[in-house]
Design a protein around this ligand. Structure first.
Ligand code: ADP
Ligand code: ADP
Length: 231
């Protein structure tokens, strides 16, 4: 479902050209659970931005669910992104003046869905992450772990084909991190494709496959044997 072929990504820094990705070939199938790891500056965020349709490659093709996204206009790319990708970020990115329910309803606004239907879907997504009793709270009335679960519900509410998480536990203590990863484990078990960018080995260990990036290339791609038996 994700097929990257011959991906090169260059950034221009003044006169200098930065080669962020230098020939990446990658296939990620439906219902995989992938950790994307590598040192700072190796190209993880660039790769995630491409997979998440936030950016397009300088060279190469990206086929997502049978559709070549490399040639799309910004508007078309935004449309694909809205439909196919659910993002979770390190810093939650919740809207502070809105309730938990309103935050999770927000992505559905762009789909022209009636309010009652948005409310029903958002409520269900919040129940799925264990926050069915916090619908009317504001983000600042929640713990960090609860806020991240709201962000996960917001990412899932539109039923994306891929859940894409960038350092999702970076702002959480270790116990809360484990809770969030247990939630990801559960989502994976129920069929969700999950890709997690992380530099923490404990987080990567939850995943079924580890892809290591270094200097803009995939240098390792392994199945995690310990987890492979669990599901
Ligand atoms: P990581 O997420 O692994 O830390 P990045 O994908 O952010 O790595 O960065 C890969 C390389 O591309 C680095 O050398 C970084 O400095 C460079 N880079 C990333 N984004 C930009 C940008 N917008 N403009 C210029 N250079 C960038
Ligand atoms: P930080 O934790 O340092 O705030 P994030 O992991 O939250 O960084 O964000 C990673 C990248 O995703 C950034 O380049 C940011 O511009 C982008 N980003 C953040 N929020 C959104 C969003 N809601 N939609 C699209 N891109 C976003």
């Amino acid at each position: 479902m994700i097929r990257l072929t011959g991906i090169v990504k260059r950034y221009l820094m003044g006169e200098e050209e930065v080669l962020a990705l230098n020939g990446v070939d990658l296939f990620i199938d439906r219902n995989e659970y992938v950790a994307l790891i590598g040192p700072s500056g190796s190209g993880k965020s660039t790769l995630m931005n491409l997979i998440g349709c936030l950016d397009t490659p300088s060279e190469g093709t990206y086929v997502l669910n049978g559709r070549d996204t490399s040639q799309l206009t910004d508007d078309e790319l935004a449309h694909v992104r809205n439909k196919e990708i659910g993002f979770v970020f390190q810093s939650f990115h919740l809207l502070p003046r809105m309730t938990v329910l309103e935050n999770v309803m927000q992505p559905l606004v762009y789909r022209g869905m009636p309010r009652a239907e948005r409310k029903a879907l958002a409520t269900r997504a919040l129940e799925q992450v264990g926050l069915g009793s916090r619908l009317g709270h504001r983000p600042n009335q929640l713990s960090g772990g609860q806020r991240q679960r709201v962000a996960v519900a917001r990412a899932l509410v539109g039923k994306p084909s891929i859940l894409l998480a960038d350092e999702p536990t970076g702002n959480l203590d270790s116990r809360t991190s484990a809770e969030i990863m247990a939630l990801f484990d559960e989502l994976h078990r129920s069929g969700q494709t999950v890709v997690v960018v992380t530099h923490e080995p404990d987080i990567a260990a939850h995943c079924r496959r580890t892809i290591r990036v270094s200097d803009g290339k995939v240098v390792e791609d392994t199945l995690n044997p310990a987890r492979a038996q669990v599901a």
